[in-house]
Every structure is written in C-alpha cells, then in structure tokens.
Design a protein around this ligand. Sequence first.
Ligand code: SAH
Length: 359
Amino acid sequence: MNKTHLLGLSQDELVSLLQELGQPAFRGRQVFAALHNRRLSSFAEMTDLPNALRSKLDQQATASTLTLESRYISTDGTRRYLMKTHDGLPVETVFIPEDRRDTICFSSQSGCPLQCSFCLTAQLGLLRNLTAGEIVEQIVIALNDAYGAGSQTPHGTNLVGMGAGEPFLAFEPLMKALRIMSDPSGLHIVPSRVTISTAGIVPRILELATIPDRPHLAVSLAAPTDELRDQLMPVNKKWPLEKLLAACKQFENSLKPGERFTFEYVMLADVNDSESHARQLANLLNRYQLRAKVNLIPHNPAAPLPYLPSSAQTVEKFRRILEAKGVPAFVRRPRGSDIYAACGQLAARGAEKLAAAPS
Ligand code: SAH
C-alpha cells in the first residue's frame, strides 16, 4: 500500500500532510473531522473541499484500506464483521448493542502468535500486526454499519481490545489508534471508555502503569497455578504467575481513586473450574493483596477446540467461593455465540463454515 492511510494519522499529522500539499491548517482540521467525526470513507463525499484538493488527495492518500467481506447478525443483535486488509488478511470486529451504550470489540492483530489452547484465533497463527489506521477503521466501519455514515451515534461507544490478537504485542499502533480516537473533534472515544485485555505481556503492563492517560486493563488468567497455566496459555512459560501478578500489583499501585482493573477467567469444564481451583485463585490474588475483580467467562465452544463450558451451577459455585474469600467476581454472559462472535471464536469463519459448525 503506497498511499497513506489517513485514518492512521493524528490531527496534527494530517494538518502537516495537507500543509505539505500547500493547504492552510484549517483544511487539515476539516479533513480530520470529515474522516473521524462524519466518518466519511471517500474524498468524493467531502463536497466541502475544493475539487482540486479532492483529486490530489485521491492520488496520494486513502481513507479506507479494509474491505468488508461479510457481516453476521446474531439473534441477540450482536454483529460480527469479517474484513480483509489490502494484503488479503482477515480482520474481525464485533459490535455489541447495549441499552445505554454500545460496545465495539476490535482486533489488534490478524491472527495471533499466542497459542492459548481454548482460543480459536490461535489456530490462525500470527499473520501480522494491524496498523493504527486499520484499528481505527474497524470502529468507523462498525459505527457506519450500525448508524450510517455522517450521522451522529445515539449514545456513547465503549471499546474493548478483546478481538483477535494480543494487543500488547501491537502496542505502538494500538496506543496511536487510541490517541487518534480520543480526539474531541473526531470519534472522541476517550481512554477511560476503552479496556485492553492482555494474556500477560509483563513489560507492557509495567509500561502502561506509567502512562497517565491510559485505557483500562484486563488480564486473562485462566488458571490459578503455573502448572495448569503453562498448558492452557503457553505465554505463562515466559512470564509465570509470580511475575505477572507482581506486575499487576505495580499497575494497581498506579490506579487513580475509584479506578479498578479486571482479571478474566475462562471456565473450562473439568479443567480449571473445581472448588479447589476457586480457592487457589482467591488465595493467589489475596497473597498479592490485589483489589481487582474477576470476570468469569464460560468457555465458548468451537470445533475443534477440546473443551466444554462449565455448567451454570459450577460457575456460580466458583463465583461464590471467590466472593466468600473477599474477591469480587462476576459472570459474563456470552454475546453472539451463534455467529462465532463471542470471546475466543474469532477465526475468520465464513458462512459455509458457520453452517457446518455445531450449534
Ligand atoms: N489476547 C488477549 C485478548 C484477546 S482474548 C487476551 O488474551 O486477553 C479476549 C478474552 O477472551 C480473554 O480473556 C480470553 O481468555 C478469552 N477467551 C479466549 N478464548 C475463549 C473461549 N473459547 N471462550 C471464552 N473466552 C475465551
């Protein structure tokens, strides 16, 4: 792609680019607002720009590099978008409508290099990191599909970096995309509306702790012991629980009053969901005196993953044991599992594979 993807530029960078084309600063601001506030994806639609400028931009730059291949709509209203990058790689985004605000779950990588045994994305391997522009464009595409280009969204948008990939292995494009999206004259989605989930890339957790204007953090645990976590999440061999929780403690020390972070715990039947696992988990978090809450996510099954979800009773029993030991715990209800949009199900499945998949 030799054209510049304008969605990956901050407002200042866009102003400079247009100045290089001989344009005054206000033109850069105008184009930024057209891209991010009005969410226009072609220069032709920017009819308030002079014709000559529109064709100059067309030659050198682009406002869209992702192509929407398919859209799947769940019975619960969740939408999954399967897109392709300019070099033909899959990107998936999930739009989750909620009563008061919407949540968009975006991907940070095409595929993923981490080999978590319960996650379908792992089977793709890493294809590549997404660029800042490709991250921002996912949000623009989802909002435009839900509400139409050029129209105001009826309520606010929360973002979760819980789609395909490990966000902390695409740290620079991720942080740049978040800065661009927080601009008040653009999408205006501020970091406090964003949660980034990591499998436990310790140096990046420590780095995030030093950033004042940062998104919320969620850390995926999946097991209370190194022995089990090594099997389920091989990233644990590099950064075992002791290192991970010490980093979480440091992160906790940097929280502002009232701010919290989250652990996620996928519940796999007869693998990590016993009463003794619950006690071990509570003891582990209490040993580090972590005040984080735990979100329990019943496993979203997908052939060929070798797991079943824990039963509702088992999840509830697990939750009560955590609570009894002073660890706040919540059960996350899956959204969009019928269209392969739920956690761990993003693996670029098309309609034919969906039809063949067990329900
Ligand atoms: N790589 C990041 C973000 C993507 S996964 C991370 O690991 O946190 C987002 C969440 O979905 C993680 O908490 C992960 O543990 C969970 N998850 C993965 N596969 C799942 C599955 N099949 N069912 C339920 N949750 C799953």
